[in-house]
Structures are given as structure tokens and as C-alpha cells.
Design a protein around this ligand. Sequence first.
Ligand code: UP5
Ligand code: MG
Length: 195
Amino acid sequence: MVKPQVVFVLGGPGAGKGTQCARIVESYSYTHLSAGDLLREERSRKESEFGELIDNYIKEGKIVPVEITINLLKKAMDETMKVDEKSFRFLIDGFPRNEDNLRGWNKVMDGKANDKFVLFFDCSNEVCIDRCLERGKSSGRTDDNREILEKRIQTYLQSTRPIIKQYEQQGKVHTVDASRSVDEVFADYRLIFRI
Ligand code: UP5
Ligand code: MG
């Protein structure tokens, strides 16, 4: 069995993770899995026993317990690899966001995946908020409003930045200035993915 290779994609809300991941998969053979998208999908599934719980966490800008997220990620990875065994490279977007996420990942994926590196989208809180508010005009995302965005930013600063720091100490982080235009940011990722 081939071990999946994983690149974690981290950064503040609206830093451009989803946008750049979509660009990266156009040029490089990676499968993009957004933990947030998987949770929103699960929330909207009628038979889901976790719909309400997920909704409550997202509405508070809090991080869903890892048991739920890791199952969704693992299932999506397994399904991708079942369909095409050559698809074993993943961009995991918006995860791990806190210590609980990291513990859950290490427990479930221990030895089963190769965590290659982390892409860190470095972007000021102001730019992040402005982008999400702009997107909120048409996204339909229930968390793209100022009140919840303040909470998402707090959670990011308190819980996710320390995770990025840990990876930095391991020399695993590629930091990109994500406040520039989509094309400028992508030009940096081109260099990174050519490694
Ligand atoms: N845009 C993008 N790049 C731009 C650029 N360079 N210049 C100008 N505009 C740019 O982009 C956001 C907006 O900005 C878009 O309109 C885009 O066109 C524009 P996007 O690429 O969507 O940014 P992204 O970083 O993906 O923002 P997102 O809002 O998805 O980030 P979050 O990390 O906040 O959201 P996520 O979906 O990952 O999580 C949502 C919630 O789910 C969390 O708050 C949490 O409650 C829950 N969650 C968990 O509990 N656990 C998880 O593991 C994951 C999520
Ligand atoms: Mg996203």
C-alpha cells in the first residue's frame, strides 16, 4: 500500500488557502481536501448525527472535536486512493488547527501518512477580515460576518498559530506573504512545488 503524502495548508480565515489550493491542483498532481468544506458537507447531510454540533462550533468560530474531522478526512483520503491509487498526494487545507487536531491526526494516521511540509499563508487580520466580508456578500457562508469573524481570528491566534510555530521549529514550514494578489502568491507556490 502506498503511503499518502500530505501537505498541510494553514493560515487565517480568508487568507486564500482554498483559492491557492485550487490553483495548485491545476498544475500539480495533488488532491485538495478542505477540512472546513468536509465539515460543512457533513453538516448539510440529513442523516448526519453531527450536523447540529458542527453548526454550533462553526457559529462560534470554534474548532470541532477532532474525532469528527479526522474521520471525514480519512474517509476522503481513502476514497480518493481507492478510485485512483496514483492519487496519493494531498493538500489538507485548514487542518490541524489546534493541539486536539494534532493529537487526533497523530493517533489515527500514525505511520500511515507522510507529513511532508506546511504551507503557511501569512496575512494580516485586517486583510483576512476584509476578504471574508467581501466574500460574505455572495458566499452563503454563515460564518462570513463581522461578529463570527472576530471569533475565528481569536481562535486562529490562540490555537492555530502555536501549531504553525511547532512545525516551524521542526523546519517544516514554507511561509508565503498571502496579502498580495492571487497571481503573486501563486508564483511563490510554483517555486515551492518545484522542489
Ligand atoms: N481571495 C483569496 N485570495 C486572494 C488574494 N490573494 N487577493 C484578494 N482576494 C483573495 O479566500 C477568501 C476570499 O478572499 C475569497 O473571496 C477569495 O476570492 C478572496 P479563500 O481562498 O476562500 O480563503 P481561505 O483561507 O480558504 O478562507 P476560509 O474562510 O475558508 O478559511 P477558514 O480557515 O476560516 O475556514 P474553513 O472553511 O477552513 O473553516 C471554517 C470553520 O470550520 C472554522 O472556523 C471551524 O469552526 C471549522 N473547522 C474545524 O472545526 N476544524 C477544521 O479542521 C476545519 C474547520
Ligand atoms: Mg477555505
